[in-house]
Design a protein around this ligand. Structure first.
Ligand SMILES: [Zn+2]
Ligand SMILES: [Zn+2]
Length: 207
């Protein structure tokens, strides 16, 4: 994390001694520093850029407003650190009680039961099948990590990728993504409705 490479564009580096950074250049550089170092300390920025504390605070405010950093006591950290994972690390699946992996999480909002986490779409779809007051359901897209509408998503069931539950049920934002994945890892590409029916049928068979 601690590398000493220069973060300024070459041209501003050359002119540094004669011309102070423009606010834009300084903010860009601070944004880079936060990304590279994981944390910046206000006092060090004051020294580094030769500007007042107030100016650094304004820079950090601007970067924070742009969603690039989060101000913390004495400095700033990357905004990505500020975004809470959709599921707290300690969350357990409301269906099977396994710890919820952020990578495969499903979030379900039920009018009567509030926000429910599922360890993976397998449990998520089972839960959705058992709830009749669902307001929204989001699933983590396996390829890109975005949360997508669970009802519009595609699923690959029983691919050669192990998640927490069997058969593995993996969510994709689009059918094309699911098909590409299926060609590499096997399994069956389904819509939400088909996945739902298959999983429920499978569970009935086991009973
Ligand atoms: Zn589960
Ligand atoms: Zn699971």
């Amino acid at each position: 994390m601690h590398h000493k490479q220069t973060l300024m564009p070459a041209n501003s580096q050359q002119s540094e001694s004669n011309h102070p950074f423009s606010a834009e250049e300084r903010q860009h550089a601070i944004g880079q520093l936060v990304q590279d170092e994981g944390r910046v300390v206000t006092q060090k920025l004051v020294t580094r850029f030769g500007v007042s504390r107030m100016t650094i605070h304004r820079d950090l405010d601007a970067l924070a407003a742009a969603g690039l950093v989060r101000k913390v006591r004495g400095g700033a950290v990357p905004a990505t650190d500020a975004i809470q994972p959709a599921a707290p690390r300690t969350a357990t699946c409301a269906m099977c009680n396994l710890p919820v992996s952020d990578r495969s999480v499903m979030m379900i909002h039920s009018r009567s039961r509030g926000k429910l986490c599922a360890c993976c779409p397998h449990c998520g779809l089972m839960m959705l099948g058992n709830l009749d007051d669902v307001e929204a359901a989001l699933a983590r897209d396996f390829l890109f990590g975005r949360m997508v509408n669970a009802f519009d998503a595609s699923y690959v069931i029983d691919a050669d990728v192990r998640l927490c539950c069997v058969p593995s049920t993996i969510c994709f934002a689009t059918a094309a993504d699911a098909e590409r994945f299926q060609r590499g890892f096997g399994g069956r590409v389904t819509t939400y409705a088909t996945a739902q029916a298959l999983l429920h049928a499978g569970h009935r068979k086991q009973l």
